[in-house]
Design a protein around this ligand. Structure first.
Ligand SMILES: *Cc1c(COP(=O)(O)O)cnc(C)c1O
Length: 413
């Protein structure tokens, strides 16, 4: 098998994979990573020690918090340990922690919506801001839950005054599920969980009829390392009922994965019929990875609390320096206080052919992530400024990012 060294990625149609072919693939992906500054994957987790585990089948069927039977090819006890450690990180009372590992944050948000749907017997409305991840709308449609989109402010945070007004319009007795976004995709804006509760108080939603889920895919762990007094309230200690992270973002696990932590006192037990494994299956998926819990646990332990904190500080300082570099050249670049994400007028298509950055509403961004050297961001900034100088600047976006005034109607099922 041979691999093309430029042009579209293909392998020759005949013959088995060879070591040389695999090395070519590896080289192409490593070369591509040099321009990869727009996506939130950390690049400093070294999984090589764990490669030892990839010749055993590990399949975590069922729930990590229920007793398991004889079959040994799983990592459910380690998955439980991971969830307990994430529970402590997000300040869930230790006796109320439950949760499991998922394929990513999308599946984790889905699990939160399912848990709330079960608890409120389908009489609920989902509220999320217009800057929430697109998975929320996709999942609300899939799960036949009505969704109300709450306007985001110009800085990307949920407008909680608008939330209170929208919630007030619901029929009596309908429960409220708010998905708070802890680090929006474009601006890394953080919705304030205590402010969401204040809005729900103002709208007269009883405590027993509300659920706040924190979608903290990227920013959850780095924010948890900051002093709670100086950051927005977002975790279970701040009033969230459930929270999720992606393992392939801040932890840098090289394959998509995620985890959800829920408060047991918010969950209604589902059907407890044991499956063929002998344990009740409380997870929405069937077979789940037994490797990703070990990878995430290894990343948490390997970096340690101090490492997780210092990596976040380095990223913030890179982002701050990049903002200075761009604003010194009169580019209206900016970032949120604790964010790794630097926002600026969208680069030209010419530049984006080289640097694949996401753009929206006339804005683009880069995300300063662990393991990506600052020289990479500097090189981008130099090319961005040269492109601006040579081609007459980037048009200033007409309106602030992430503001969509119109509210989408409930998705009918
Ligand atoms: C990345 C992200 C998601 C989607 O996560 P996956 O792990 O790709 O499914 C959802 N919400 C937020 C806020 C994200 O940043």
């Amino acid at each position: 098998m041979a691999v093309t060294t430029d042009g579209p990625l293909t392998v020759t149609a005949d013959g088995p994979l060879t070591l040389a072919g695999v090395r070519d693939l590896h080289r192409r992906w490593l070369d591509g990573a040099a321009f990869d500054i727009g996506y939130p994957n950390a690049a400093d987790f070294d999984p090589s020690m764990l490669l030892r585990l990839f010749d055993v089948t590990l399949n975590n069927v069922g729930h990590p918090f229920t007793p398991t039977s004889g079959f040994s090819g799983h990592s459910l006890p380690l998955e439980q340990q991971l969830i307990r450690e994430l529970g402590a990180t997000f300040r869930c009372p230790p006796d109320l922690v439950t949760g499991f590992v998922t394929s990513g944050s999308t599946e984790a948000v889905r699990a939160a919506l399912l848990a709330a749907r079960r608890r409120f017997r389908r009489r609920l409305i989902v509220y999320a801001s217009t800057a929430a991840h697109t998975c929320v709308a996709k999942l609300a449609e899939e799960l036949c839950l009505p969704l109300r989109q709450v306007p985001a402010r110009a800085d990307g945070t949920m407008d909680t005054t608008a939330l209170a007004e929208l919630v007030q319009q619901r029929r009596r007795g309908v429960a409220v599920l708010v998905v708070a976004t802890i680090g929006t995709t474009m601006l890394e804006a953080v919705d304030d969980v205590p402010a969401i509760h204040t809005a729900l108080d103002a709208a007269g939603v009883p405590a027993k009829s509300r659920w706040v889920h924190a979608d903290a895919a990227l920013a959850g762990i780095p924010l948890a390392m900051a002093d709670p007094a100086g950051r927005p309230g977002f975790d279970i200690g701040d009033g969230a009922d459930s929270i999720n992270i992606s393992g392939h973002k801040y932890l840098g696990v090289p394959t998509p994965c995620g985890a959800i932590v829920l408060r047991t006192d918010r969950c209604t037990p589902p059907d407890l019929t044991p499956t063929y494994t002998g344990a009740p299956d409380l997870t929405p998926a069937g077979s789940r990875s037994g490797h990703t819990p070990v990878l995430m646990l290894a990343a948490l332990r390997g970096f340690g609390t101090d490492g997780l904190r210092s990596r976040a500080e380095t990223c913030r300082s890179h982002a701050a320096t990049l903002v200075e570099l761009l604003t010194a050249a009169d580019v209206p670049a900016w970032r949120h206080q604790d964010a790794f994400t630097v926002v600026f007028p969208a680069p030209s298509d010419r530049l984006r052919a080289r640097w694949p950055l996401p753009v929206q509403d006339g804005w683009g961004h880069v995300i300063c992530m662990p393991g990506k050297p600052f020289t990479r961001y500097e090189r981008f900034a130099a090319e961005y400024l040269a492109d601006r100088r040579d081609h007459g600047g980037h048009p200033l976006p007409g309106r602030p990012p992430a503001v969509a005034a119109d509210l989408e109607d409930a998705i009918a099922c």
